[in-house]
Design a protein around this ligand. Structure first.
Ligand code: NOJ
Length: 696
């Protein structure tokens, strides 16, 4: 066995490990690592920890495995657009399987932050704007990563982040303060965390933001009262990166020692990298500023999960030589990445029914646009490998599918990331020769992820300029919008008849796109986040409140002078190649007592020309309440596949639970009164029936 002391003496360390790190492990001052390269390095450090550190406690190895490890799935926001919980769970399961084969035992995912703001590029990592959908997806991801048994070498610890409010940073500027009320927190921010907790999430990460005047790493209210108190969370919490020390910049902690004291007292357990706790906790406990029981509690939580991971039975069970090569990019993983990417795509416009494309019809297809050149961006932010191994770019996928056509590619724009001025001419020449243009637009790799806030999240000007020239050619054009956040693109939206939102689809990008273009897969994605008409509408959500002066009234009503209130594309929106018809809603009863269950049933028919899947969405509106309520809230959905010409009847159960909200005393209650129900293909639906809930 490798021995730390010997390694140091002989200076025989693997290239990924530095001497001072080994010394820290030998002294027992490290409990977990983040981003340690391969299996060998992890094995070396684990051996030293187990055999030579004072207590012999095994280490945990962590990494941000966010949407796949080597097989990269669509970015999380895109996956959310599939509204397919089983498929999302499976993607997390595969990510865990691949990551664990490289010795990773803990991922910093899922991000369950609810955000209403396209300015914040970090929305790419969440599940969008809605707490109900967000909660369902949080559960799918947590159970996918963690499986049924954490001691299984193929499952890893999940981490719900960022607790709490990070998705609501003021003005959409990453790391900024928040200005949300406790009500907003409870109504919209906490539900996915609560759902993750109820699903057994092992760990929870704090955020960089503050809440109600307190940096959340030091929020006793959030960590001790809500998470560990009211919800009974049994795992451990971790800072986000340097967030403990950053409390000094917030001018909330006086110095590093104070930061450590504030963090542990509030219920923070693990310090990701700031080191303020390892430097100061012993002294804080000895001098009586921090109760020893608090330290014990944090340690107990961490040890418990190390036991659950099976590390005390076998600290090496995650390290199987040769397994990674067998597991990563396994055919079934790639197949899932392809199907999920296709099922995440959202058809925004198909006015002339150009799609699906007839494979035999085109002799010369020109793929134009910056996406394939900026190929990392097709994988999206957060990759385990930072390379494009295995990636099928758009053009390659299209060429595979249209094997009898000539398929050519040109980047077209001379801005970032490609600097060549002649590119536009080349692209226009190819486009002129073609009988079909696939125009792939979207922001560059560095524009959707952490720290990518924009005041103006629009399609870059040079791409719009190119789009205008392409349009002028008068050829059939499919616009493919590859973005990780809602973009504002009025000219393109108004001037092209065919727009497909591909998001950032991951490893199988090209094949998935081709599947959708050819109709192999009929698009069924629905937006999990509103696409604004103008950035000035941010923050925007379908969960708005009517106000005392609704914009349906005349005169001085809540509206803009220079833009509509409506978004460009509403939450839940997405077209199909086929058409679905919704019948009337039939309610099992127009009255319900709090302990009753009533049902709402609707017939959905596929009346179009293709087989296809539809996400049938249930919205409930509280007509009158003791606090102001949103116009409607998503309370159920079902994704159904319907052959052309067929119908199905879908029944949603309605119970008191779906009618509850936080009252003025922040108690989660239902109130008797009238509720309306809408069932439809998006949040932009009105046909409704209503029922009354009685008090008993
Ligand atoms: C900072 C990010 O906010 C967080 O989500 C991530 O897990 C950590 N860095 C670790 O990489």
């Amino acid at each position: 066995q490798l021995r730390g002391m010997k390694l140091i003496k002989n200076n025989d360390l693997p290239p990924g490990i530095k001497i001072d790190i080994v010394e820290e492990v030998l002294r027992g001052r490290v409990g977990s690592f983040l981003n340690v390269g391969g299996l060998d390095d992890k094995m070396t450090l684990q051996t030293i920890a187990v055999n030579e550190s004072p207590a012999g406690i095994p280490l945990i190895f962590a990494q941000d495995v966010i949407h796949g490890f080597k097989t990269t799935f669509p970015v999380p926001l895109a996956e959310a657009a599939s509204w397919d919980l089983e498929a999302i769970k499976r993607s997390a399961e595969i990510a865990a399987r691949e990551a664990s084969s490289s010795g990773v035992m803990w991922t910093f995912a899922p991000m369950v932050d609810i955000s209403w703001d396209a300015r914040m590029g970090r929305v790419v990592e969440g599940a969008g704007e809605d707490p109900y959908l967000g909660s369902q997806i949080a559960v799918a991801r947590v159970t996918g990563f963690q499986g049924d048994d954490l001691a299984d070498s193929h499952t890893i610890l999940a981490c719900a982040k960022h607790f709490a409010g990070y998705g609501q940073v003021l003005a959409g500027r990453d790391y900024n303060q928040t200005r949300i009320s406790k009500r907003f927190l409870h109504d919209y921010i906490l539900p996915p965390f609560k759902a993750a907790n109820d699903a057994g999430v092992a760990t929870v990460m704090n955020g960089f933001n503050d809440f109600d005047g307190v940096p959340v790493s030091a929020s006793k209210y959030l960590l001790r009262d809500v998470l560990k108190g009211e919800w009974g969370f049994e795992g451990f919490t971790v800072s986000d990166w340097n967030s403990f020390a950053e409390m000094i910049n917030w001018r909330y902690a006086e110095n590093r020692k104070h930061a450590a004291e504030l963090a542990i007292k509030a219920g923070s357990d693990v310090d990701m990298i700031s080191l303020v706790t390892i430097e100061n906790l012993e002294a804080l406990v000895r001098e009586g500023s921090v109760a020893e029981s608090m330290l014990d509690d944090a340690v107990r939580r961490i040890l418990k999960l190390k036991f659950k991971l099976g590390l005390f039975d076998d600290p090496y069970h995650y390290f199987t030589e040769g397994l990674e090569e067998q597991v990563v990019f396994a055919p079934e993983h790639l197949q899932h990445a392809r199907t999920l990417a296709a099922n995440s795509m959202v058809l925004l416009k198909n006015q002339q029914e150009l799609l699906p494309l007839n494979k035999g019809q085109y002799t010369n297809i020109a793929v134009i646009g910056p996406k394939d050149a900026d190929s990392l961006s097709l994988l999206g932010a957060w990759q385990a490998a930072w390379n494009t191994d295995g990636l099928v770019p758009f053009t390659e996928g299209i060429a595979n599918a249209f094997s009898n056509s000539k398929v050519t590619y040109a980047v077209g724009v001379d801005g970032d990331p490609v600097k060549n001025k002649t590119e536009e001419e080349k692209a226009l020449a190819l486009a002129k020769d073609s009988d079909l243009i696939i125009l792939t637009l979207g922001e560059g790799f560095w524009f959707a992820g952490e720290n990518t806030s924009l005041v103006d999240p629009k399609l870059p000007d040079n791409q719009v300029a190119l789009a205008k020239k392409i349009k002028a050619l008068g050829k059939p054009v499919v616009v493919v919008l590859a973005t990780g956040r809602p973009l504002v693109f009025p000219w393109v939206r108004e001037n092209f008849a065919t727009i497909l939102l591909s998001w950032l689809p991951g490893t199988e990008a090209g094949n998935a796109l081709a599947d959708v273009l050819t109709g192999e897969i009929n698009p069924s994605g629905k937006l999990p986040i509103t696409f604004p008409h103008h950035v000035g509408q941010a923050p925007i959500s379908y969960l708005f409140k009517e106000t005392g002066r609704p914009d349906t009234d005349k005169g001085n009503v809540t509206r803009y002078l220079d833009a509509p209130n409506r978004p460009a594309y509403a939450f839940g929106f997405g077209l199909s190649y086929t058409q679905f018809k919704y019948g009337p809603i039939s309610l099992s009863s127009s009255k319900m007592r709090p302990d009753d269950t009533i049902t709402a049933t609707i017939t959905v028919s596929n009346v179009g020309k293709y087989d296809g899947a539809e996400v049938v969405q249930l919205y409930i509106r509280d007509e009158f309440a003791s606090v102001t309520r949103p116009v409607k809230e998503l309370k159920g959905f079902e994704k159904v596949f319907l052959k052309k010409g067929s119908s199905t009847s879908i029944t949603f159960e309605i119970t008191e639970e779906q009618l509850k909200f936080f009252n003025q005393d922040l108690q989660y209650v239902s109130e008797p009164g009238e509720f309306s129900i809408e069932i439809g293909p998006s949040s932009d639906t009105t046909a409704s029936v209503s029922f009354k809930m009685t008090s008993e």
